[in-house]
Design a protein around this ligand. Structure first.
Ligand code: NDP
Ligand code: MG
Length: 387
């Protein structure tokens, strides 16, 4: 892979999207932003379009976005604008796209990610919700079309790298590290008092609002367990979680001989994004290096399932598969939004997700339509859930 790779950056204005554009900016001879999407950040998207001159840009239909200034007789527009995100699945299928960076937040990322997989593209996947909702269908479609899913989530990127040290049949288990979020060490009772402001203050990573709250409840780790189950084709019994507050060891893989292989780096999402875009090559980055001239202390602790019951839900949903991921994810998305809107307490986010998961009509082998129906059902249930 040495020619210039054209990338569709879905969710370009978000935390992962802007980090991805930073990576692209550093490798002009190798990477090019060919398509950009956003939901409502009109001004930010316009600036990105001006800077990266993609072939196309898309924003949600209800956003008033004056793009007339982009073209004139003396300056014909290079970028085709779409005021409609429903066209994005068709845009990513175009032959001018080599890689799709899937970095929309939530299940809203599914249609375009599915289209990219269906079209056999390389997909750098940050949008874990796609795999949580429809991992089984996505992975089997990828096997049919030859689409390659490269993880962007730091833990899964680490596991992907560590898996290159051995054979799948020699794998004992995969251990996902978790920072523990801002409330590590708090009791269940103390967590009742958490406000949105407190939850949005993550100790080691700067991320979008939804994943920051997910990290605080540890639902993020639950979603990552399900993500790992599908991405690496391993049962939940081969997945573990360990708390590592420093966020330097990004995950481990244990082999049958007892060897534990890990991947380390200072926390910076640009590393995982770049590796997903350039794999199997590694290119130099401007990311901070490990400094071995200073002392490091790296802690590892078992997780507290009592204070963070979301973790247990992650293992359960990964184990049962079928419709569980879609329902858990949808209920959580709405519950997080309601928490941020001060309609639910912090601990109720997981309570809502658990109750709706338990009450849904389970199907072990759902179609995509069934998954999308249940996603809608779980959202309605979470909206009307009363405190
Ligand atoms: P952000 O909230 O920062 O960004 C989300 C992006 O998606 C924005 O570009 C936003 O546009 C767009 N968007 C929001 N809603 C919709 C919608 N309904 N339809 C289409 N586009 C939409 O999120 P993050 O970048 O933090 O996270 C993106 C994904 O990556 C998530 O799935 C997250 O779990 C995953 N991830 C993120 C990590 C991180 O470090 N941030 C780490 C690992 C995984 P607009 O700006 O216009 O609202
Ligand atoms: Mg992660």
């Amino acid at each position: 892979m040495s020619s210039v790779q054209s990338i569709a950056v879905l969710g370009a204005t978000g935390s992962i999207g802007t980090n991805c554009l930073d990576v692209i900016r550093q490798h002009p001879g190798r990477l090019r932003a060919a398509g950009l999407t956003a939901f409502s950040s009109v001004e930010k998207l316009k600036q990105q379009v001006e800077q990266f001159q993609p072939n196309w840009a898309a924003i949600a239909v209800n956003q008033v976005c004056d793009t007339s200034g982009f073209s004139s007789p003396s300056k014909p527009a290079r970028t085709q604008w779409f005021h409609d995100l429903e066209v994005v699945p068709e845009l990513v299928r175009r032959p001018d796209i080599d890689i799709v960076l899937s970095a929309v937040v939530g299940a809203a990322g599914l249609p375009a990610t599915w289209a990219a997989v269906d079209a056999g593209k390389r997909v750098a996947i940050a949008n874990k919700e796609t795999l949580v909702v429809a991992g089984s269908l996505v992975m089997s479609r990828a096997a049919e079309t030859g689409a390659r899913l490269l993880p962007v989530d730091s833990e899964h990127s680490a596991v992907f790298q560590c898996l290159q040290a051995g054979r799948k049949q020699d794998l004992r288990r995969v251990v996902l590290t978790a920072s523990g979020g801002p409330f590590r060490g708090r009791t269940k009772a103390q967590l009742r008092e958490v406000t949105p402001e407190m939850a949005l203050n993550h100790p080691t990573w700067k991320m979008g609002r939804k994943i920051t709250v997910d990290s605080a409840t540890m639902m993020n780790k639950a979603l990552e367990i399900i993500e790992a189950r599908w991405l690496f084709g391993i049962p939940s019994s081969q997945i573990g979680v360990v708390i590592h507050p420093q966020s330097v060891v990004h995950s481990f893989v244990e082999y049958c001989d007892g060897s534990v292989i890990s991947q380390m780096s200072p926390p910076d999402m640009r590393l995982a994004i770049q590796y997903a875009l350039t794999w199997p090559e590694r290119l130099a980055t401007t990311c901070q290096e490990m400094n071995w001239n200073v002392s490091h202390v790296h802690e590892f602790h078992p997780p507290d399932f009592e204070a963070f019951p979301a973790l247990r839900l992650g293992f359960e949903a990964a184990d049962m598969g079928g419709t569980c991921g879609a329902v858990l994810n949808a209920a959580n998305e709405v519950a997080v939004a309601r928490f941020l809107n001060c309609e639910l307490r912090f601990d109720q986010i997981t309570q809502v997700a658990e109750e709706i998961l338990r009450n849904h009509q389970y199907d072990a082998n759902p179609s995509m339509d069934r998954l999308l129906n249940l996603d809608g059902w779980a959202r309605k249930e979470a909206v009307r859930w009363n405190t």
